[in-house]
Write a protein that binds this ligand. Structure first.
Ligand SMILES: *Cc1c(COP(=O)(O)O)cnc(C)c1O
Length: 402
């Protein structure tokens, strides 16, 4: 954020559209959410207690998946999903570069290498044709990301994974509440991971989960979540010494979630229908307004995707504006609309550069990055807030139109 913007007149003249800053995202916490956390604090279990069980049950009910595993965050979820998929040293995992770094980092955690497939230029979702081009005999898994909360062509990706014997892990950090062909996200991939970080649609402060309908994967995930330790006698290799006895069967981290977080997630999940409705309303308002401005390109959605939109991407049409993304971003800031950019292509980061990744791998993703701004979208926004955003965008577009 550019501090110089604060307190000075709007870049496009006049006074700012808003007096008070509007941020791109904000959590939506009500009294019931607070009460749910306080209840846990007064109870007997702060971790691995009934709130975890309740959260897992709710995720199964909402998604239609058979099993759910609550995890400390989505980064951890992606890590152990890759381990459960058998990803290891020398393997390759295909994902999109237009995502948070965790979607690709999970391959490195397992000693494998992320491989980037480009995005569709209109939906911004991973392109199945490019996934297929990037498959080698080392490829083990594909991680499509439901970017902005929409799904991509999941049937096609499923078919590619089946044809090549690959595990499909859907990073659904953005897409709780989204459906594909009428089915909830969570039943389409072998494993689907969620994030309940503070900026996501549903939050536990931090938090995550994996859902799957595969019993074998579920059993592995349970072990991988907690040190590789089991109390299940049917899995033990030695005779039990007594009631205190447990065994560590493999080496794994501690990726447990607390019951305080799980209770907050449950309370938020109760409100999911309300969140979906509100996010859809704001998205519809934006789509309607921006589709009338030729200076902007409105993200398309796969015909089978019915999204609970998480992020709203404003995309500039460079030939029609005198300014670029940076100037547009600053001009919105001067109107007190505080935006963000999701995402810097993952392989641009110095860590990736050091591993030998070079610019140019995914031209559609790189072009999108140069032209996009994430504008405010969250369930607590009022209609006036959304209209302020539209008014500010209109003001800037009018001022800088070619
Ligand atoms: C937020 C996010 C993650 C990471 O989630 P955490 O719960 O913060 O670990 C991973 N992938 C995507 C697409 C995300 O947006």
């Amino acid at each position: 954020m550019n501090d110089k913007i604060n307190g000075i007149p709007a870049i496009c003249g006049g006074s700012p559209v808003r007096d008070k800053k509007l941020y791109y995202s904000h959590q939506d916490i009500n009294e019931n959410d607070i009460e749910a956390v306080v209840e846990v604090l007064k109870s007997d279990y702060l971790t691995t207690g009934p709130a975890i069980t309740r959260m897992e049950k709710m995720l199964c009910e909402i998604t239609g998946a058979k099993y759910a595993v609550a995890i400390s965050n989505d980064t951890a979820a992606l890590h152990i999903a890759c381990l459960a998929a058998g990803v290891g040293p020398g393997d390759e995992v295909i994902t999109t570069p237009i995502t948070f770094a965790a979607s690709a980092n999970c391959a490195f955690y397992c000693g494998a290498k992320p491989v980037f497939a480009d995005i569709d230029p209109e939906t911004y979702q991973i392109d199945p044709a490019d996934i297929e081009r990037k498959i080698t005999d080392k490829t083990k898994a594909v991680i499509p990301v439901d970017y902005t909360g929409q799904t991509g062509a999941l049937d096609e990706i499923r078919a590619i994974c089946d044809r090549h014997g690959l595990v499909m892990i859907e990073d659904a950090a953005h897409s709780i509440g989204t459906k594909y062909k009428g089915k909830h996200v969570g039943t389409l991939a072998d494993m689907t991971t969620f994030s309940f970080h503070a900026v996501k649609t549903i939050t536990g402060g931090e938090g995550g989960a994996i859902v799957t309908s595969d019993e074998e994967l579920y059993k592995k995930l349970i072990l991988l979540r907690t040190h590789g330790i089991t109390r299940d006698t049917s899995l033990m290799q030695n005779e039990s010494d007594g009631p205190w006895y447990y065994e560590q069967l493999l080496l794994a981290p501690n990726y447990r979630l607390t019951d305080m977080q799980a209770a907050l997630v449950c309370s938020q999940l109760d409100r999911l229908p309300e969140f979906i409705k509100r996010r859809k309303e704001i998205r519809a308002k934006y789509d309607e307004a921006f589709s009338k401005m030729p200076e902007l390109f409105v993200q398309k959605e796969d015909k089978n995707s019915d999204s609970c939109r998480h992020l709203y991407i404003l995309r500039l049409v460079p030939e029609k504006l005198k300014i670029g993304r940076r100037e547009f971003f600053d001009a919105l800031g001067a109107e007190n609309i505080i935006c963000n950019v999701h995402y810097i292509p993952t392989y641009y980061f110095p860590y990736y550069e050091k591993q030998g990744y070079k610019k140019g791998i995914c031209p559609n993703a790189e072009k999108l990055y140069d032209e996009m701004i994430t504008i405010p979208l969250y369930s607590g926004m009022t209609n006036e807030d959304a209209e302020d955003v539209i008014q500010a965008v209109q003001k800037i577009v009018d001022y800088y139109r070619v």
